[in-house]
Design a binder for this molecule. Sequence first.
Ligand code: DOR
Ligand code: ZN
Length: 345
Amino acid sequence: MTTLALRRPDDWHLHLRDGAHMAAVLPFTAARFARALVMPNLKPPMTTTAALGEYRARILAALPEGADFEPWMTLYLTDSTPPDEIRRARDSGFVLGAKLYPAGATTHSDAGVTSIENTWPALEAMAEHGLVLQVHGEVTEPEVDVFDRETAFIDRVLTRILERVPGLKVVFEHITTAAAAEFVRSARGGLAATITPQHLLLNRNAIFEGGVRPHHYCLPLLKRERDREALLAAATGNDQRFFLGTDSAPHARHTKEAPCGCAGIFSAHAAIELYAEAFEQAGRLDRLEAFASERGADYYGLPRNEQRISLSRERWTVPDHYPFGDDELVPLRSGTSLAWRVVPA
Ligand code: DOR
Ligand code: ZN
C-alpha cells in the first residue's frame, strides 16, 4: 500500500500552551486533526469557563489562515470547583469535561486535587450535566515506586470514582500499562482510555538508551515491553473504549535538557504518522481509522468528521528541532526517519 486515506482524525488529549509557544505548535495539529481536546494545565491553571473561553479565542486567533480546526476545552478541576462552574462549563457549548490532575503528579499540577473526597460535589454535577472527567491516573505518594503509580491509582482512586459517581463518564488518559488496559476492559460502562504514540512505540529502555534521554521522559513514564505490547493490542483491537490522544506536550529544549528536566514528549509534528507506524507494526493499518477518527467522537457524542486526510508511504527525516517562540523544541524521533507522510489536501 502506498497511500492510506482516512476520515480526518481528532486528538482527544493535547497540550497547546499559550502565546508564542502555542503559535509555534498549533499549525502541526491543525494540519492533521479536525478537533482536539486542549488540556488546561497552564500557569495560572484554567479553572473557570470564562478563562477557558478567552484561551479558546486565543487559540482560534493563532490558527494559520485557512485552517479548519476546532478546539474543545476541559476545566482544570481543583479541590473547590463549585457545581455552578460545572453548569457554566456545560452551558458554554465548548467545554467537554474537567481534567483531574492529582496535585503534584505532573507539569503544572500543583493547583490540582489533593484528595478525591474534595471533588464529589463537582463530579456529581458533571454526571448530572453530562460532562466527562479526564483523569491523569497516577498517585503522588512519594513512597510509591514511580513505575507503579498508575496501577496504584486504579486501586486507590479510579475504582472509587467509578463506584461513587455511577453516571459519570471517565477517560483514563494516556494509559501506560497492561493492567490499565485490562482494567478499562473490565470496568463499568462509561470508562474509556486514550493512548499516546510514544506508549505504542517505545518501552522504558528508550529513556536510558546509551545514557539518559530527556526527550523520552514523559508522565506517566514509559513502561515495560509487555505493557507496550498490551497497549498496541488494545489500540489496534476491536474495543471501542480505546482511542487517540497524543498528550503532545511541548517544552523548551533547555527545560528538558536540564538537571531537573520537565516531563513531556512533543509529537504533534508527526502524530498521525507515528500512530500509522505503530499500527503498521501490528499489521492493523485497517484499524487506524477507527482508533483515530471514530471511537473518540462517538464516545464524546460528537459527529465523526466528514473531511478526509491521506498519508503516503514516503520516508522523511524529522528535523533535529523546531522553533518554539524564543526557544527551540526537540520533537519525538528528531533526526530519524519516519515511514509515512501526510499528503497536503
Ligand atoms: O509528560 C507529561 N507532560 N505528562 C503530563 O501529564 C503533562 C504534560 C505537560 O503538560 O507537559
Ligand atoms: Zn497531558
